[in-house]
Design a protein around this ligand. Structure first.
Ligand code: SF4
Length: 885
């Protein structure tokens, strides 16, 4: 038999794939059927007249609440659903962060992924070589058996830790934890070190009990923003920006932004300052110097609640003068002096905050700490209009129970999820060091039997994704078995052995929680708005189904039923009477109706650190002479710090070892010592080794995110890729002049690994300074970028994920299967989202468009920062060369 006759080719054939059929899916497969049908794509201008406008009847629509997950902000939403189709998304006003029907553009676009032509519809098993793209459709039963048998073999061999689950943005942590704990493996890998671990660690080390501040923005008078692009792409940005805008209009609050690039936020600020990359920490320290020098700080707060005291701070900051910071950063001395005093004089309704622009550097942990410290000096911590934080922002099992029995936490540890080189990575929460996973596997630092991936776009979104990541994913001796759960045929799926088609966030369950800028506890429910297409199935249900096929020791943890049943239990302690008096059978029904529960029983935690300890909290407590820390034996009989003696009263203080806001954290000195690193425990500034003596012909490459894209979730959403699908390199006019280029000209970009400095603390990962790779791209010449910096957006340059992300046109062979005759469909598109895509991807280069951009992550080195391990995304040194094409 000639097998070619039985192999279907391209995504177009997916919908008609029978059980046992074989399909070839390769990169760029979205265009595969184009040649077959000789289809002429319809161009943008022509298309407008050909698309039929479909009028939605909202009166017949079902209103269903849920939670958006098109970015990490997880806004409560309300959907209108007709005939298993979401026709409209808007915000759920009961979500206190949102408080209105507003969503961002990404939120609006979300439903298009449900109808996306290149959705994965069936479980697929690899039948060719790994990475060849040859798959056979199998049943879920076969898929479950395959995964379960392999996990059982790992358990039987005494190595459950050889089962690893690597996730992108999941929002089903409790479910994944249960699955891995039942197996006995701790290896749950995440992407936090590629995202925000320095910011989180800085908040934890300073405040002790939160990883993310909830700025009391509406009451704030002064926003000192170090590198956060919250008008566009910040976690919680939509919620923050609406309040910042209100504060600016209502009472003239000032917004000052430090950023190397004229981001949307910088452009809308009252002042924009461009520091040399990675010097924001020095600027923050110099501002602290000015505040102390001018006695413009909250002496009472610092004296009582800050470690160390004022005298030590003055000594430590003595050399951090504005002139010192100006030399490093390029920010004028007069500006540093003026901004420090403006910020300080607006106290306590004043905030200094940050995000990746500060944290994603080699020195990012201390820079983030220096920024948070400014709030302590201003006494704005937990004050109205200040740097506030919520207290109860996790799905704690006491409040949100889970089905019993609960599996015990695994006792094993491995270098993969707890690498000893970065001892602060998992100190406060599981932040791990995701970017080193593939290199560690290659080095033999950990062995894997079963590698499960979920919403993980590592070949596309990881540094060295197209080299280190792909090399390891292809190597069957390193990863003997890889099962990938995804929505579309991603680059990760391409290198799997088994593909598990996932439900989108609009087709599945989940209880979700987020910090609340209104400073009250709240929780939201994600519920399916429509059913998934084909055999696609939510990953939580897949894990539970596999769990039941493991041995009895594991299966007992999954007897509760489906993911819906799991969430029902989680909601069991929620109220049954709604805010409008409606009665519900249980908390789950309550949540299904309202979509959100807000606990208004507690006051806002303003000045929570001053709260007196109750008699119950003080029972059996002792006060340490000298530092005033209140200790009480914990459950294990060990002394635990629970409060602080202030003005003769025992108060809560901060949840740090000293119960004070810790500018000085002795724990860091200890941890660093274990690595042979001398660290004073203060947020001391250190230069980035690779940036010292930067030659005139070298630049620093930064990347950024658009308001319509996340790193990996949005490219396959047609409306979003239609808005942004191209990412020319931003270069300063001075750089352009030197190179002799103008906007639209081509350059070749070459990137280099970091260089290590002399000291142990300056050792960079693979710090050789060697070249990594090159790419050619167009330039966009602007004054909106620092002269020593070039910037390329991430999120683009996909070689998988279907026509919207790949920027490829092409007709689909399965149109008939979807009720559209190919003849009718050739002329125009009778249904909106799906057929608009069929009618042509106008940004396809073959249609005269600009294509889908460049994947900049491929050229960035794996570069974890010391101690915490966050990826230093914005440190990469590069060179440029003018080329003709
Ligand atoms: S901000 Fe994020 S979660 Fe909120 S609507 Fe937009 S995409 Fe959805």
């Amino acid at each position: 038999m000639d097998r070619r006759h039985f192999i279907k080719r391209g995504f177009g054939a997916m919908a008609t794939l029978g059980l046992g059929d074989t399909i070839l899916l390769t990169h760029g497969a979205a265009q595969a059927t184009e040649q077959v049908l000789n289809y002429t794509p319809v161009l943008a201008g022509e298309r407008a007249g050909q698309l039929r406008k479909v009028k939605n009847n909202y009166r017949t629509a079902r209103r269903v609440t849920s939670v958006c997950l098109n970015c990490s902000t997880v806004c409560g939403i309300e959907a209108h659903v007709v005939d298993n189709k979401v026709i409209k998304i808007r915000g759920n006003p009961l979500d206190p962060n949102m408080g209105s029907h507003m969503t961002c553009a990404k939120g609006q676009s979300g439903p298009t992924i449900n109808d996306y032509p290149e959705r994965l519809l069936y479980p697929l098993k690899r039948v060719g070589k790994r990475g060849e793209g040859l798959w056979q459709r199998i049943s879920w039963d076969e898929a479950y058996t395959e995964v379960a048998d392999r996990i059982k073999a790992s358990i039987a061999s005494g190595h459950p830790e050889r089962v690893a689950l690597h996730q992108g943005r999941s929002r089903i942590d409790a479910e994944i934890n249960r699955f891995l704990s039942a197996i006995g493996t701790p290896v749950q890998l995440n992407h936090r070190a590629l995202c925000s671990s320095n910011k989180r660690a800085a908040n934890y080390v300073s405040l002790g009990e939160t990883d993310w501040e909830s700025i009391d923005a509406e009451r704030c008078k002064y926003f000192l923003n170090f590198g956060a692009n919250f008008y566009e792409a910040h976690q919680g940005g939509l919620h923050l920006v609406s309040r910042v805008v209100k504060a600016r209009y209502d009472h003239g609050a000032k917004l000052v932004t430090f950023d190397v690039r004229l981001s949307n936020t910088a452009g809308r600020s009252d002042e924009w300052h461009q520091p040399f990359p990675g010097t924001e920490g020095a600027v923050a320290l110099a501002m602290a110097h000015v505040m102390l020098r001018e006695n413009e700080f909250d002496q009472a707060f610092v004296d009582k609640y800050v470690q160390p005291g004022v005298a030590t701070l003055r000594t430590w900051l003595a050399d951090c003068t504005p002139a010192w910071a100006a030399k490093l950063s390029g920010i004028a001395v007069a500006d540093i002096e003026r901004l420090a005093l403006e910020f300080a004089r607006a106290r306590p309704a004043t905030v200094a905050f940050s995000n990746r622009g500060v944290g994603a550097h080699f020195n990012g942990f201390n820079a983030e700490r220096a920024v948070v410290m400014l709030n302590a000096l201003a006494g704005s911590i937990a004050r109205p209009g200040g740097y506030c934080y919520g207290l109860d922002e996790k799905l704690s099992i006491g409040r949100y129970p889970q089905p019993l029995p609960l599996p015990p936490a695994p006792k094993i540890r491995t270098d993969l999820e707890d690498p000893p080189e970065w001892p602060l990575a998992n100190r406060w929460q599981k932040m791990k060091v995701g970017q080193i996973v593939y290199d560690f596997v290659r080095q033999g630092r950990a062995k894997l039997d079963v590698y499960l991936t979920y919403t993980l776009g590592s070949p596309m979104t990881w540094p060295e994704g197209r080299s280190t990541t792909v090399e390891v994913l292809l190597d069957e001796t390193l990863i003997p078995f890889h099962a990938c759960s995804d929505i579309v045929y991603s680059e990760t799926a391409h290198y799997a052995d088994l593909i598990l088609p996932d439900a989108t966030y609009l087709e599945r369950w989940g209880l979700d929680i987020r910090n609340n800028l209104e400073l009250t506890h709240f929780v939201t429910l994600r519920q399916p708005l429509t059913s998934p297409p084909g055999d696609a199935r939510s990953f939580a249900d897949v894990l539970f189904d596999i769990g039941r096929r493991l041995g009895p020791e594991q299966a007992k943890y999954f007897q509760f039923g489906s993911h819906e049943d799991f969430v029902r239990v989680q909601c069991s302690k929620l109220p049954t009477v709604g805010p409008d008096g409606r009665q519900f059978k249980d908390g789950f029904e309550y949540m299904k109706f309202y979509g959100a529960f807000v606990d208004k029983s507690q006051p806002k935690p303003y000045e929570i650190y001053r709260k007196p300890l109750s008699d119950k909290q003080l029972a059996g407590a002792r006060i340490e002479a000298g530092n005033g820390v209140v200790y009480r034996p914990n459950d294990k009989g060990k002394d635990s710090a629970v409060g602080l003696q202030v003005d003769g009263r025992a108060v809560r203080g901060f949840a740090t070892p000293s119960r004070k806001f810790e500018i000085h954290a002795p724990e860091i000195t200890q941890v660093a010592k274990g690595l042979g690193i001398v660290d004073d425990g203060m947020p001391t500034f250190a230069r980035i080794p690779s940036h010292v003596d930067l030659p005139a012909d070298r630049f620093i490459l930064t990347s950024f995110k658009w308001n319509v894209h996340t790193q990996g979730r949005t490219a396959s959403q047609k409306y979003l890729s239609e808005i942004v699908h191209d990412n020319p390199m931003w270069i300063n006019v001075a750089t352009a002049k030197k190179l002799g280029v103008k906007s639209g000209d081509m350059v070749e970009l070459t990137t280099y690994r970091p260089r290590s400095g002399e000291h142990k603390a300056q050792q960079a990962y693979r710090g050789t300074g060697d070249a990594i790779g090159s790419a050619r791209m167009r330039v966009f010449v602007t004054r909106g970028i620092h002269p020593r910096v070039v910037a390329v957006s991430n999120s683009l340059g996909w070689i998988s994920g279907g026509r919207a992300s790949e920027g490829k046109s092409g007709w689909r062979a399965d149109v008939a299967a979807r009720g559209i005759s190919p003849d009718a469909a050739k002329g125009y598109a009778p249904a909106p989202a799906l057929d608009d895509l069929n009618a042509g991807v106008w940004w396809d280069k073959k249609n005269g468009g600009r294509g889908n951009g460049v994947n900049i992550n491929a050229l960035l080195p794996i570069n974890p920062q010391p101690l915490v391990g966050m990826q230093a995304w914005f440190d990469t040194v590069c060179s440029l060369r003018k080329v003709s094409s």
